[in-house]
Write a protein that binds this ligand. Structure first.
Ligand code: ATP
Length: 263
């Protein structure tokens, strides 16, 4: 069943400005992400996409403005608190635990929600075993979902690049996010891998997870997103349906005029 985007705000970026010394990385950026949609955040190099992600996930504090997730302010929250609130992300440069197996990497994500106290873990109380078993089953299901169930016991460092990207997504999903933020998930992929990723992103959305996607590959962005926000030099220059954005002269000038391999 295909999920239908709603008009219920999940994440609100409200006039966010973020300065690094003299550099204005974000300049009064304003957009809303609605529950159930796949929103693309695009723009040329240095446009402020990653900075925007980092502000949303609590790494940077906006200099001005406000970000609200599920109606609650993000600013002042620690990263693990934001994860608990239901936001997960992957990184432009893959960040896995290379000396841990695929399964163990996903278990790190499921741990974000386990309730076992130190006492019940120390004494291996029944609740501890129950949670252990459930976490493992969930991790296996997620590895199956992203298509690398067969690599369960392989060290992350031995996985292919594409498998590592999938593993990162599985680990992020293990935190039961309402919002999954993907930072250039198709970087380094060949066309067939990109097509598979596009399917996976749709499947993720169809499980009820809202997706924010930063991506350079225009075909992928146009093919998978419901709406797109375009940044240039830290400012939002366009927002709308993929076809509207594609035909917007400002966007063409800023971004689509640049050949893919130069982006
Ligand atoms: N920690 C930082 N300190 C100083 N300047 C920064 C920092 N992070 C980003 N910037 C600057 O902020 C601007 C926006 O950068 P950002 O990485 O968010 O862009 P981007 O759209 O993600 O680009 P790319 O597509 O290259 O990843 C750039 O001018 C960048 O140099």
């Amino acid at each position: 069943m295909e999920a239908v985007p709603t008009r219920e705000p999940l994440l609100e970026v409200d006039k966010v400005t973020l300065r690094f010394g003299g550099v204005v990385a974000l300049n009064e950026v304003d957009f809303t992400l609605y529950k159930g949609e796949i929103l693309g955040l695009i723009g040329p190099n240095g446009a402020g996409k990653t900075t925007c992600f980092n502000a949303m996930t609590g790494i940077y504090q906006p200099t001005e403005g406000q970000i609200r997730f599920r109606g609650q302010k993000i600013s002042g929250k620690k990263r693990h608190q934001i994860t608990k609130m239901g936001m997960a992300r992957t990184f432009q440069n893959i960040r896995l635990f290379p000396e841990m197996t695929a399964l163990e990497n996903v278990l790190v994500g499921t741990d974000a929600h386990n309730k076992t106290s130190v006492i019940s873990a120390l004494f291996r109380l029944p609740r501890y075993w129950k949670e252990e078993r459930e976490s493992r089953e969930k991790a296996e299901r997620l590895l199956e979902f992203v298509g690398i169930r067969g690599r369960l016991h392989e060290f992350a460092r031995n996985l292919s690049y594409g498998e590592q990207r999938r593993l990162e997504i599985a680990r992020a999903l293990a935190t039961d996010p309402a919002l999954l933020c993907l930072d250039e998930p198709a970087a380094g992929f060949n066309p067939a891998e990109k097509e598979e990723l596009l399917q996976l992103i749709r499947q993720i959305r169809d499980t009820g997870v809202t997706v924010l996607l930063i991506e350079h590959d225009m075909r992928l962005v146009m093919g998978v997103t419901d709406r797109i926000v375009v940044l240039e030099f830290g400012k939002k220059i366009a927002e709308g349906l993929p076809a509207e954005v594609r035909d917007n002269p400002k966007v063409i000038a800023a971004y689509l005029g640049v050949p893919d391999d130069a982006a």
